[in-house]
Design a protein around this ligand. Structure first.
Ligand code: ADP
Ligand code: ZN
Ligand code: ZN
Length: 659
């Protein structure tokens, strides 16, 4: 008689043993339906063994029987099981939860959703010398970690695709990661035409069953190059040869749900255990990646020229403290000139809605969400004040809710407001807006992008959605309406984000024309990320930022584990975070110190977003140079911790945000 060891996608860290009935065939790596309490749950079989081989303490009771098997063939193998085990330790999670985010939850369907078209190869581009050198370098060894560092438009995509094609030739598989599939239509199209039916595109719009069908094509080796966002890093390509991580600096590679993994970290892990190549790329590396290039942990490959003829745009800064409204005189002038030249403008703003800040001029009260410590944004098109964190809506106020004064004002400006200002200023131009609100309308985004590319729109304005990876031949002018919006966030990455945003957005101008122009509107023209990005001093910014980080012992000079406790009951949350802090301090004081063990414990304190969707939030930061030391310390401190019901503990290893 055989038995199966099963894990569930539940916050339980143990494996469960079931008897395998004679009439079903169970292999390790399949999903099964198993009785659990009074329910039937889907679980993952991690091992099949002879009965009597039970490691559990209590062997006296009779084992429950598996109910049914879901997959006839394994959906994960030993490599993924090992990866899940590693992740569960790394991210304070458990194996079932880790397998749960890797393996699609779908049921088996007939077969793939419409076959992919066959590959057709257009005339290949002649690679530049730098591109050739980069491709050659990547291919010299079977294994290695590289960073393709070059401005937008320097031809990184072509290097990725050549390295991918070569790796496929060697009989090995490729995973190509992008921040978001919908925004990288061009890359997806290139991959489909070049690799046809041997490619798989993991769209967020696939149903779980379609996802599973694609997953099975990959397991079978039918799809050997896989494109997708964050979770595609788990794609089970046999004989992995290359992982590409495009736009490495993007925050979307970090999961904000348990297990809070970073696709870059998983990619590094997979490439080292599966002996594959890793190639990341960006014009604005994360500060960590930049430091790693300096130390040689990542081999830096430079692309220094724009290949489609374009040059870097000239960038000018406009100080908004001397201006009225959202459009400066300089911006209006250049928009007019651009239109006269038959070219297009791209206006960029980081904030949806109409205005973001309400303030009473009598008592200073501002309009906060009832459930979050965040300000409400006025959305004129809906006539509502909306919370961007939890979605709470309320009618706009005309009198102060605190003192009843009628002297209230709205300031700052969102995309809707800028749109209105542009329409008023240029009544007969063709103007379109793309942001999270207008993208809700199905197909609107694709259609608008196409129209803009075709030159049917004079001014396109939007949020970061339009800052990424899109090439528009007709764009001469890029305006950053409010470069400061992320600058004052109480977060150690705010400078890095602002810098990367400005540099990325600037890259949208002048890709194909010699006279590209960028106008940055700001109230803080002298802040480092703004001043340095505007003169294109990328290296300078990283040096300065690294000094700050070194001083603060923040990444890359220290690793952070962040513990967040939340609850609707403030006192319960506070009590738990205090208990945790006590344990961490105790653990640190009783451990042997030395250089390696140097640890900084910050907090406990209210999280910057101290109220989120009705939950009070407190956090504690454990920072140290030696990762295994702080990891061990946290692990130890949380042993046997009782988390009361209705109180939640999140553990974030290497957080990308401290909000
Ligand atoms: P990046 O990914 O670095 O932002 P892209 O890969 O989008 O840059 O390339 C920018 C433009 O340069 C694209 O239009 C691409 O077709 C073109 N390009 C890339 N490589 C070459 C080349 N070797 N010769 C001519 N044009 C090229
Ligand atoms: Zn008031
Ligand atoms: Zn809210």
């Amino acid at each position: 008689m055989q038995q199966a060891r099963v894990v569930f996608n539940l916050p339980l860290s143990r494996e469960f043993t079931y008897e395998i009935p004679d009439d079903i065939c169970v292999k390790p790596g399949v999903r099964v339906k198993a009785p659990f309490g009074s329910r039937l749950l889907m679980g993952y079989v991690v091992a099949v063994e002879e009965q009597g081989n039970d490691h559990e303490a209590d062997q006296s009771y009779t084992l429950k029987k598996l109910h049914a098997v879901v997959d006839p063939e394994p959906v994960f193998g030993e490599l993924h099981l090992q990866l899940a085990r590693w992740m569960s330790r790394m991210y304070f999670s458990n194996i079932g939860e880790c397998l749960g985010i890797m393996v699609p939850s779908g049921k088996r369907e007939k077969e793939p959703p419409g076959g992919e078209e066959e590959a057709f190869s257009p005339k290949p581009l002649e690679l530049s010398e730098e591109q050739q050198m980069a491709v050659r370098e990547i291919l010299t060894q079977d294994q290695g970690a590289y960073y393709l560092y070059g401005m937008t438009g320097s031809g990184k995509t072509e290097v990725f695709l050549r390295a991918a094609a070569q790796t496929l030739e060697e009989g090995r598989g490729v995973v190509y990661l992008v921040p978001e599939i919908a925004l990288t239509a061009q890359v997806v199209q290139l991959i489909r035409t070049r690799f046809g039916s041997s490619s798989a595109v993991l769209h967020s719009r696939l149903t779980p069953s379609q996802r599973l069908a694609e997953w099975r094509r990959i397991v079978r080796g039918d799809a050997r190059i896989v494109v997708g966002a964050r979770s595609a890093v788990f794609a089970p390509v046999p004989r992995l040869g290359l992982i590409i991580l495009d736009e490495e600096h993007e925050g979307s590679y970090k999961s904000q749900n348990k297990p809070r993994y970073h696709a870059r970290q998983i990619a590094m892990r997979r490439c080292s255990t599966e002996k594959a190549r890793l190639v990341m790329g960006s014009a604005t590396p994360s500060v960590e990646a930049f430091a790693l290039m300096d130390q040689g942990g990542l081999k830096r490959l430079n692309l220094t020229r724009r290949l489609a003829g374009g040059q870097l745009p000239s960038i000018s800064i406009v100080n908004m403290s001397k201006q009225e409204g959202p459009l400066s005189r300089e911006l209006v002038e250049e928009m007019t000139r651009t239109k006269d030249m038959g070219k297009q403008s791209l206006l960029f703003l980081n904030r949806r809605g109409f205005s973001y800040f309400f303030q009473c001029r009598s008592c200073g009260q501002d309009a906060k969400c009832r459930h979050c410590s965040a300000s409400l944004t006025y959305h004129k098109s809906q006539g509502m004040m909306i919370c961007h964190y939890c979605g709470y809506k309320t009618a706009p106020v005309t009198t102060c809710p605190t003192c009843g004064s009628l002297d209230v004002s709205y300031s700052g400006f969102g995309t809707e407001h800028v749109e209105e200002a542009v329409r008023t200023r240029f009544p007969d131009w063709r103007i379109e807006r793309l942001d999270g609100d207008s993208a809700q309308i199905k197909g609107h985004m694709e259609a608008t992008i196409q129209e803009f590319r075709d030159g049917k729109i004079d001014v396109l304005l939007g949020t970061q959605m339009i800052a990424k990876g899109l090439n528009f031949p007709g764009v001469r002018l890029v305006g950053l309406v409010m470069a400061d919006s992320g600058l004052h966030m109480p977060d150690f990455r705010s400078a890095e984000r602002t810098f990367s945003l400005i540099t990325q957005v600037s890259g949208r101008a002048g890709r194909y024309t010699p006279d590209g122009l960028v106008i940055i509107q700001t109230f803080n023209p002298h802040s480092l990320p703004i001043a340095l990005s505007s003169v294109g001093d990328i290296e300078g910014f990283y040096r300065k930022e690294l000094e700050v980080r070194r001083f603060l012992k923040f990444p890359p000079f220290g690793r952070i584990i962040r513990l967040v406790v939340r609850s609707k009951k403030k006192n319960s949350a506070l009590a738990l975070i205090q208990e945790i802090a006590k344990r961490v301090h105790y653990g640190q004081n009783t451990s042997s110190h030395g250089q390696e063990g140097e640890v900084e414990i910050l907090g406990p304190a209210e999280a910057p977003l101290s109220l989120l969707a009705g939950n009070h939030r407190f956090h504690l930061l454990v920072i140290g140079k030696d990762f295994s030391h702080i990891h061990g310390l946290v692990h130890h401190s949380l042993k046997n911790l009782q988390v009361p019901s209705a109180v939640y503990l999140e553990i974030d290893v290497d957080p990308v945000s401290l909000m």
